[in-house]
Design a binder for this molecule. Structure first.
Ligand SMILES: Nc1nc2c(ncn2[C@@H]2O[C@H](COP(=O)(O)OP(=O)(O)OP(=O)(O)O)[C@@H](O)[C@H]2O)c(=O)[nH]1
Ligand SMILES: [Mg+2]
Ligand SMILES: [Zn+2]
Length: 289
């Protein structure tokens, strides 16, 4: 019996790292029968059947589990946003943030490709998030800011997440230099990433932290949030919620809403508020069908 971490899963095989050895494993048949799927990041107990074959016997209790990106046991999400190419998509960013907030993971926002825009434009993006989350600006092309990002990661297990083409794998190649992970241009025609990374994989950074590279996406659906709890997942709203006139205020159009007042006074960023409303309605809409 050996305990290890699933670092990659491809075509029914799971790659389990225990110490310096990576075992190629199958999952025990019973998992499938019981509807249990192993995830990258899972701590597992494996058993060597013979020289070349091993099976996963048991998945140890998870700290958390995410479906998109499909990862388990994440301490910190690094939401990678491109300053341009592709342009920042606040809808995807805020949905990822809500997903991470829901499971109480740590969050870092990384604004990459800072070589493509000027300081004024960088500040415009910083303004939205800098008072809520740690934000780091990087350039995957030159390596600028990568040290700072690495310092922020510390020795947490962090997962890179964000739209396709924002530079997640490029940053990964800067954080760890042992392997070269494939990266890809964004499409000239659609201005979107080409989904270069196809599977989740865990790497060890040069400073010894574990980091998940994940496939990017171009859209993102909220799967199981509750609209009435959504406001708790916008940390900058928390200190205002108690000030609303009505206990069940959801800050949409209720009179005496303290949150809306904070938006008017510039204490909650208008774009964040707009994205809150949009998500709120989307969740409601989804429930109706
Ligand atoms: N100008 C500029 N280009 C960058 C920077 N970082 C990455 N790129 C380029 O952006 C493109 C996409 O980079 P990837 O690292 O493949 O992006 P990704 O987020 O891993 O994309 P998926 O795997 O599809 O999710 C590549 O052509 C990179 O060379 C940067 O800081 N500045
Ligand atoms: Mg990638
Ligand atoms: Zn309110």
């Amino acid at each position: 019996m050996i305990q290890g971490t699933i670092i990659k899963g491809i075509a029914g095989f799971y790659y389990v790292k225990a110490g310096d050895i990576v075992y190629e494993c199958k999952a025990r048949g019973i998992f499938k029968k019981d509807g249990i799927t192993p995830y990258v990041g899972d701590e597992v107990i494996i058993e060597n059947l013979n020289e070349s074959e091993a099976v996963i016997n048991e998945i140890l209790p998870r700290k958390n589990l995410f479906i998109r990106p499909p990862v388990a046991n994440v301490d910190c999400f690094v939401i990678v946003v491109a300053a341009a190419k592709p342009d920042p998509n606040s809808e995807i960013i805020d949905k990822l943030l809500v997903m991470a907030e829901k499971e109480h993971t740590d969050i870092i926002i990384c604004i990459n490709k800072m070589d493509l825009i000027n300081d004024k434009e960088i500040n415009r993006i910083l303004e939205i998030y800098k008072d809520i989350y740690p934000v780091v600006c990087t350039c995957g092309k030159t390596g600028e800011g990568v040290q700072e990002l690495s310092a922020l990661l510390g020795n947490r297990k962090s997962a890179l997440a964000g739209p396709s083409g924002t530079g997640k794998s490029t940053l990964l190649n800067r954080l760890q230099t042992r392997f070269t992970v494939e990266t890809g241009d964004i499409s000239e025609k659609t201005k979107r990433g080409k989904h270069t990374t196809r599977h989740v994989e865990i790497f060890e950074t040069d400073s010894g932290a574990l980091i998940f590279d994940t496939p990017g996406f171009t859209s993102f659906e909220i799967l199981d949030a509750d609209e009435d709890e959504l406001h708790y997942l916008y940390p900058e709203m928390l200190r205002f919620i108690g000030g609303c006139k009505y206990d069940n205020c959801r800050h949409i159009k209720e009179p005496g809403c303290r949150v809306m007042q904070a938006v008017r006074e510039g204490n909650i960023h208008e774009l964040r508020y707009k994205s809150y409303i949009k998500q709120y309605k989307e969740i409601q809409e989804k429930k109706r069908f």
